[in-house]
Design a protein around this ligand. Structure first.
Ligand SMILES: [Zn+2]
Length: 242
């Protein structure tokens, strides 16, 4: 099989085939029998060059032109006129399908009261965006309402003894003394009404306790409002966990 000389050979094709070959940029060649051939994706392997799972030859495709002594892996040389005919038929079929689809979409859009399918799609996008926005706003409002319902517990200096759920425990890096870094663990608790208690433990905290309900004894050190969320927190000190 010879290498392609597109410009010269294109003149030997019928007008239709010439149009397709030029439009799709086909690489053309001439077969021994004089017919014009076009380089096209191997129909057996779909252009990958691999098909058979034969032990000896691996996955090399025997449909590819390389098998008949050519150099194209994943491609074959097919009669250009036949290939053009096939290509045009496939294009016509695709156009028919698209036309039917367009008609369906137009009818569907009209049914839904839209001028065009694009309008319907756009409206759908706006609608789903608005729904997502409303959902996020509702979630934020619910969270804000929950936070607003929280209260400070006890008086400063008062010793509290409550049932509480361990909400979280994070190690907070502290002052670097050179020979060691002081760390403390920020432990957050919730009581039965959801009120928040915070304890900075310098002795560490067993993370396995997160999620469990404990008996919490501690002294109220401060009441503070967490700036970011407006959450009221009762800060405890000298805590004992039972
Ligand atoms: Zn192949």
């Amino acid at each position: 099989m010879c290498e392609a000389k597109t410009i010269e050979i294109v003149d030997g094709l019928t007008a239709k085939a010439r149009e397709v070959a030029t439009r799709l940029g086909w690489k053309l060649g001439r077969h021994e029998d004089g017919s014009i051939v076009a380089k096209t994706e191997c129909p057996r392997c779909g252009g990958s060059g691999h098909y058979s799972r034969c032990e000896t030859y691996g996955t090399r495709c025997f449909g590819c032109d390389v098998a008949s002594g050519g150099t194209a892996v994943g491609f074959v040389w097919a009669n250009a006129e036949k290939l053009a005919k096939k290509t045009l038929a496939a294009e016509r079929k695709a156009a028919r399908v698209a036309k039917v689809l367009d008609a369906d979409r137009a009818a569907f859009a009209a049914l839904a009261g839209f001028v065009s399918y694009d309008d319907l799609e756009e409206s759908g996008r706006v609608l789903s965006f608005k729904r997502a926005e409303a959902k996020a706003a509702a979630a934020a409002a619910a969270k804000a309402a929950a936070i607003a319902g929280l209260e400070f517990v006890g008086e400063i200096g008062e010793k509290l003894s409550i049932e509480a759920t361990v909400a979280s425990a994070f190690v907070v890096p502290g002052m670097n003394l050179g020979y060691k870094v002081l760390t403390s663990t920020l432990v957050k608790f919730h009581d039965a009404s959801g009120n928040v208690f915070v304890w900075f433990s310098s002795a560490g905290f067993d993370a396995a306790k997160v999620g469990s309900t404990v008996k919490l004894v501690g002294t109220v050190k401060a009441h503070r409002t967490y700036e970011k969320t407006g959450e009221r927190q009762t800060i405890l000190t000298r805590c004992k966990i039972g």
